[in-house]
Design a protein around this ligand. Structure first.
Ligand code: SF4
Length: 194
């Protein structure tokens, strides 16, 4: 969820804004180019949506932002309708589902994870729950590429918002976003000791 007290000053005044957790991934800018632009290595709202079409695209961008950095001052009553527009038809039978893949080198050089709706993280072999030590972990003994790179990727991933960790190996985990955030910090501290 975006935080109004972290609203970037570069946003034009009005309902939609980007906060300072933006990681400059470009998603909002290609989804709603009439509203979001790059300003100083992060996105900002340079033009508030002026009609229904622009508002819908802005809400779709809000829902797709991998770090939940886009917010509205007013509670968006039409968010559910925007949610129901996914998957969005791209062409023929190709759809944009709101999935975002992130590179997380470490386990292998080209390892990626998939984040869906800022809720479900398909973490592959990067991250899983350990019932033995009761926390989120990475697999040191099957880290085929670089533990240092994996730690760096974990720190990057800790900026994202999600509730579910759905790994390829290891146990699943689910908690509220704040608990997951704390768990990611525990995982990073554990990786630094191992
Ligand atoms: S989608 Fe989110 S993280 Fe990506 S550029 Fe836009 S505001 Fe930043």
């Amino acid at each position: 969820m975006a935080h109004l007290n972290q609203r970037r000053p570069e946003n034009i005044s009005g309902d939609f804004y980007v906060d300072n957790s933006c990681i400059d991934c470009d998603t909002c800018r290609w989804m709603a180019p009439e509203v979001f632009a790059s300003v100083g290595e992060q996105s900002a709202v340079y033009h508030q949506p002026a009609n229904e079409e622009e508002r819908l695209r802005s809400l779709q961008a809000l829902l797709s932002c991998p770090t939940a950095s886009i917010g509205t001052i007013e509670n968006p009553k039409d968010i559910k309708e925007a949610q129901e527009t996914f998957p969005i038809l791209v062409d023929e039978n190709v759809y944009h589902c709101g999935y975002h893949s992130e590179d997380v080198p470490g386990h292998t050089k080209g390892h990626t994870v998939l984040l869906y709706k800022n809720k479900y993280l398909f973490s592959g072999d990067h991250l899983a729950w350990s019932p033995e030590i009761n926390q989120l972990i990475a697999f040191r003994s099957v880290c085929w590429y670089s533990w240092t790179a994996q730690l760096k990727s974990m720190k990057k991933l800790a900026n994202y918002t999600f509730e579910w960790v759905l790994p390829g190996h290891g146990r699943r985990y689910r908690a509220d976003t704040e608990t997951v955030r704390q768990q990611m910090q525990n995982c990073i501290a554990w990786m630094e000791r191992n």
